[in-house]
Design a binder for this molecule. Structure first.
Ligand SMILES: [Zn+2]
Length: 357
């Protein structure tokens, strides 16, 4: 997951040429729209065909869709990577995808268990298989997508976030009221959509690798170690040299509230693959392999410093203030402006050291 502020910093607004924009007359799925699906104005997604038969769907900001998604043409059907943040967001994706391709979605991949990547699962019928790592199944089926660090930090605080925007609206000068009111409407629609969530776990799981051969292509689902979560699955399209990374690799700096110390090594294993395009779970697509290595170096440095500070008896609060990751600032423009590290990341590291989860 990522907060709204970091989404913006990570460049959630697309920078790539738009080959198709969701403005054609919608062909909605047969079921009535879920709560919160019809509150937005204009397209919720910018869907870009990044390679023939491969699309990247990025939220426009018109509604809260959470993470990016990717769609892969399988010949007679489609594979969707990540189902967004709510049933409403997934439903609207299908609505906006329909004018682009009439093919049905046959597989949904859950790259990991975070709420912003999987809570659209429930809009898909029994004929759609949901693929994910075994630990993703274990976590989601035991309620872990509607509890824990990511959920508590962002979704459980929704009433407070909405109250804060209501207060902001009260105090807003005339010229800013329209923007604040629109933001409030988006948050209320998101809250309504969130109330309709019934978490659905993967129906087919993998531990290391699963391959699908469809449409003359190979689609690999790969797990190469713990990282952003215990079960990060990356979708690799070897002939087309595309990696779809979920949050194991994002455009900027990732959320680290459920992270593992070996994350950097896991990313390096993926960096060894033959690819030329990365579709991340947040932020725009990119081609620079070095970004993976830069992220791995940042993660290793974070964990090494956290381990040292923890061993020295430094409190998590002090560690979050004093840790120095500024050496990586040139690799993450605008994201590291001085000493310190995200508190949620340090708290997670300390929990890991104390419990060896
Ligand atoms: Zn995530």
């Amino acid at each position: 997951m990522t907060t709204m502020a970091t989404s913006l910093r990570q460049g959630l607004l697309p920078a790539f040429p738009v080959l198709w924009m969701a403005c054609a007359p919608p062909s909605p799925p047969a079921e009535p729209p879920p709560p919160g699906a019809d509150a937005h104005e204009g397209a919720a997604y910018e869907i870009t065909e990044v390679r023939p038969g491969i699309w990247h769907a990025v939220g426009t900001g018109a509604m809260n869709v959470g993470a990016n998604a990717a769609i892969v043409d399988l010949g007679a059907s489609l594979l969707l990577v990540d189902s967004h943040i709510t049933p409403a967001a997934a439903w609207v994706l299908l609505e906006e995808l329909a004018p682009l391709t009439p093919k049905p979605i046959r597989y949904v991949v859950n790259t990991h268990f975070h709420f912003d990547h999987i809570h659209g699962n429930q809009v898909f019928g029994d004929e759609v298989e949901i693929l994910g790592h075994q630990t993703t199944y274990d976590i989601v089926s035991s309620g872990g997508s509607v509890s824990g660090t990511a959920w508590d930090g962002f979704v459980a605080t929704l009433p407070n976030q909405i109250a804060a925007i209501e207060a902001e609206l009260q105090a807003a000068p005339e010229g800013e009221r329209e923007e604040v009111a629109a933001r409030l409407a988006r948050m209320r629609a998101y809250q309504e959509a969130t109330a309709a969530i019934e978490p659905i776990a993967p129906t087919i799981t993998l531990d290391g690798k699963l391959a699908i051969y469809r449409g003359g292509h190979e689609i690999q689902l790969l797990w190469k170690g713990r990282g952003h979560t215990p079960g990060d699955v990356v979708v690799y399209l070897p002939e087309r040299r595309v990696l779809i990374t979920g949050d194991l690799v994002v455009f900027g700096l990732p959320f680290m509230g459920d992270a593992f110390p070996e994350w950097g090594d896991t990313v390096r294993r993926f960096a060894e693959l033959d690819f030329e395009l990365v579709l991340p779970g947040h932020g725009p697509p990119f081609e620079d392999r070095q970004k993976l290595l830069n992220l791995a170096d940042y993660l290793d440095d974070f964990w090494e410093q956290a381990r040292g500070l923890h061993a020295a008896g430094t409190s998590a609060e002090d560690a979050a203030r004093t840790m120095d990751l500024t050496a990586h600032a040139p690799n993450f423009p605008g994201l590291i402006e001085g000493p310190g590290a995200p508190q949620v990341a340090v708290e997670r590291a300390y929990r890991f050291f104390e419990r060896s989860e």
